[in-house]
Design a protein around this ligand. Structure first.
Ligand code: FEO
Length: 174
């Protein structure tokens, strides 16, 4: 496997790992603050990020590279409020998107078209995750301090009835 591509893929492993830990910390915070629906949603997000990491690890190894398993960095334990949680989540996803875009660039520069093809899955995934975070943030801004609204929001998130239109946000880029 091309050494530069391998290095970039391993960098992405670090980022997916830190996303998983970050969302796990958010989930735990939400659980401790009585937001059980939000916690369930964030625990699932954390699991998804771990899946993103595993998919990279397996790809690197299957292609004859060597996946490096990163250590854990402690994420924050406290958050200002729920809006702050999702602001941080969106900010984090935007940084991950930048990193995926860099990875796409490197694949093209190195003419590694099969890795380029593999990375396209992450490109689509980022589009969805950014759209989802924006939809949730918009809802939280509408709710503001309304406790009844927050109760409904948490319940909706638990049942995952907050639907996301990736189409509407596709044009919003960053
Ligand atoms: Fe796997 Fe949300 O980045």
């Amino acid at each position: 496997m091309n050494a530069r591509v391998e290095h970039a893929l391993n960098d992405q492993v670090v980022k997916e790992n830190s996303s998983s830990q970050f969302y796990l910390a958010m989930a735990s915070w939400a659980e401790n603050n009585g937001l059980n629906g939000t916690a369930k949603f964030l625990y699932t997000q954390s699991d998804e990020e771990r899946f993103h990491m595993l998919k990279l690890i397996k790809f690197i190894n299957e292609r004859g590279g060597k996946a490096i398993i990163p250590g854990l960095t402690q994420p924050p334990a406290e958050f200002k409020n729920l809006e702050n949680v999702f602001e941080l989540l969106l900010e984090h996803e935007l940084a991950v998107t930048d990193s995926i875009n860099d990875l796409v660039d490197i694949c093209l520069q190195e003419k590694d078209y099969s890795t380029h093809n593999f990375v396209q899955w992450y490109v689509s995934e980022q589009l969805e995750e950014e759209a989802q975070a924006r939809t949730i943030l918009d809802k939280l801004k509408l709710i503001g301090e309304d406790k009844g609204g927050m109760y409904m929001f948490d319940r909706d998130l638990e049942n995952s009835t907050i639907s996301v239109s990736t189409q509407s946000s596709a044009g919003q880029a960053k």
